[in-house]
Design a protein around this ligand. Structure first.
Ligand SMILES: CC(C)(COP(=O)(O)OP(=O)(O)OC[C@H]1O[C@@H](n2cnc3c(N)ncnc32)[C@H](O)[C@@H]1OP(=O)(O)O)[C@@H](O)C(=O)NCCC(=O)NCCS
Length: 209
């Protein structure tokens, strides 16, 4: 299937890579919640800030691509650059207001510090065809299948953009059993280990499409 999409097309219409899906509600197999996956838009600053401020200490301990405050949300929404980074949201409509329940960063390229580690592993990263992932799901929605639905969508988007591999931003903590299971389930394989900070082990994991 030739379903390629270009950055220019996403810039012209970000909702081109949006989709709807149903998240099963625990306890009742028949009940479902309608969730939207879509890129971050300039108008999302307030709801993204609410998402950041709502993250628990435990989630922040596992996930730290940038500070989680309103000022950062304002900055990210003011400086959207789809050619460099896609910030995908999962949202649901709650009492007529749209609420963010997941936030996945997909850098269209590689970060220098990740590339340096992969070079030491003799796996040179390719900025033009690799991409870099940092996923998070709101605490109340973790382990309910939302991350997997969003991951499947994001992999499709990355493939449509012509990307060939996906790596983890800053790896994943060796103690983050759920994340490791999650990545393996979606086809990532562990290719290396590194200590950061000293005494804390992390894994580098890569997915080849
Ligand atoms: C990691 C994260 C993005 C995954 O999203 P999610 O919506 O929770 O993931 P899903 O519910 O789709 O899948 C989680 C899987 O882990 C499994 N799991 C849950 N707890 C687990 C544990 N302690 N050990 C191993 N596996 C576990 C679930 O059973 C499920 O696997 P299954 O589908 O095979 O049953 C989300 O949990 C999160 O944001 N965690 C906190 C931040 C974080 O760790 N980010 C990643 C940093 S590298």
């Amino acid at each position: 299937m030739n379903d390629l999409v270009t950055i220019k097309e996403i810039q012209e219409d970000p909702l081109r890579i949006a989709t709807l899906c149903y998240l099963p509600v625990p306890g009742d197999g028949r009940d479902k919640t309608l969730v939207t996956f879509r890129p971050l838009l300039a108008r999302d600053a307030r709801r993204l800030g609410q998402y950041f401020l709502g993250l628990s200490d435990e989630t922040r301990r596992r996930y730290g691509p940038h500070p989680f405050d309103q000022a950062t949300a304002d900055m990210l929404c003011a400086e959207l650059n789809y050619a460099q980074t896609l910030r995908m949201l999962a949202t649901l409509d709650l009492e007529e207001a749209e609420q963010v329940i997941a936030y996945f960063i997909l850098v269209l390229g590689v970060l220098e510090r990740d590339a340096a580690r992969y070079a030491r592993l003799a796996i040179p990263l390719a900025p033009d065809t690799d991409c870099t992932l940092a996923p998070s799901v709101a605490d109340a929605f973790q382990s309910r299948g939302l991350g997997s639905l969003m991951m499947e969508h994001l992999i499709r988007v990355a493939v449509r953009l012509g990307r060939k591999r996906m790596v983890l931003m800053g790896g994943t903590q060796a103690t983050n059993a759920r994340a490791i299971h999650f990545y393996q389930k979606h086809g990532f394989r562990k290719v290396g280990e590194f200590e950061k900070p000293p005494g804390f082990n992390n894994y580098d994991m890569i997915l080849e499409f």
